[in-house]
Design a protein around this ligand. Sequence first.
Ligand code: PMP
Length: 402
Amino acid sequence: MSTFTLPLAGRAGQLVGSVIDSSTSLLAAQRHDVVRFAMGSPAAEFVPVGVFNDIAATVHDASSYAYGATEGEPRLLRALLGHLATTPEPSSSDRITITSGGMQGLDLACKLFVDPGDLVVVESPTYTNGSATALSYGARLLEVPMDADGLDVDELERLVAESGRTPKAIYTIPNFQNPSGTTLSTPRRIRLIELARRWNAVIIDDDPYGLLRFDGEDLAGFRELSGNDPLVFSVRTFSKILAPGLRVGWVDADPSLRQLVINAKQAMDTCANVPAQHVVAEFILRGGLDAHLDRLRVEYRRRKEAMMASLHRHLAGRIRTTDPEGGFFLWVTLLGEDAAVDTRRLFEIALAEGVAFIPGPALSAGGRFADAFRLCFASSDPERTDVGVRRLAAALDLARAE
Ligand code: PMP
């Protein structure tokens, strides 16, 4: 047998893979009943399957299965713009391109702005599928710490000065951040815009959860605060507010970028899935989205509160958590002697006990946060959540005893 080396491109070595996504296959392979706090999935029982099926049944002609326009199906664009007009982020048709989910929006942003070797700022912790996208284009990542008000902009300025380089892009998740659940404060949003202007860096504004605020007041987004600065590139998705398997999202970018976005997308996948766009468009046009969002906000608040109560019941004094005002996630940090437990090991024990989460190091570009983990409160009802948290506490006792 001859031995040979495949002629892989250099960038193949920069594809780091996703621990988050791998947990889907890992959990599918589990034979026992696992409480799933790992994936950031909307609750299955809130996906409007009946309405989706009714809409899909109205498709009678082959045009719904033909190639569609790269910028998106006209009915979806119209429906989306109509919906956005009722939110804090109205937009216009020269700014929006429909994508295959939020991940493609991130890919488009990095494809357009990141050259090999460019410095890209990421939050620490961050959504590592997003930082992985930047890495796939050869980015060098600069991890910047966060606190209860989101990305620490003073630290950002200091770390950039220390690096002796100027970032090309700042990747931020401003609302109910994945994974920490924290929201970037308004003064910091304004400072971030100032810094981006000073460095001529694009702000990759990834906000899948903004419409899922269940407490407090909406904050103005980067686009509004910056007066539509072309440096703001916004990535949005229907994955968290409707269903992730649809793979439908959108980017909202300066009109001067529109053709470039379309050119880049044409080289990827021609157009987003047309039947899925049809389902989303009709769902919105039938007037279902507002009521759906209202319901989600009520339910997710209930679920978050239930998870906080269960954590208090079973792990009081052993952990510290964030307290998100929306979205899907809580960030848990182990305290005292428990802090010596590596949450990657805790994950293995917890899985055997029947509960899954994402360990901190999988959510940091540099593998930090061995004493922390992310819990998704959105997918499980309060009773199930309590079962999961009880198992988590048992797993922590076992890990401590090792
Ligand atoms: N960005 C963030 C912060 C996310 O949490 C997610 C989904 N987990 C995405 C992007 C990707 O969204 P999509 O599933 O629509 O590709």
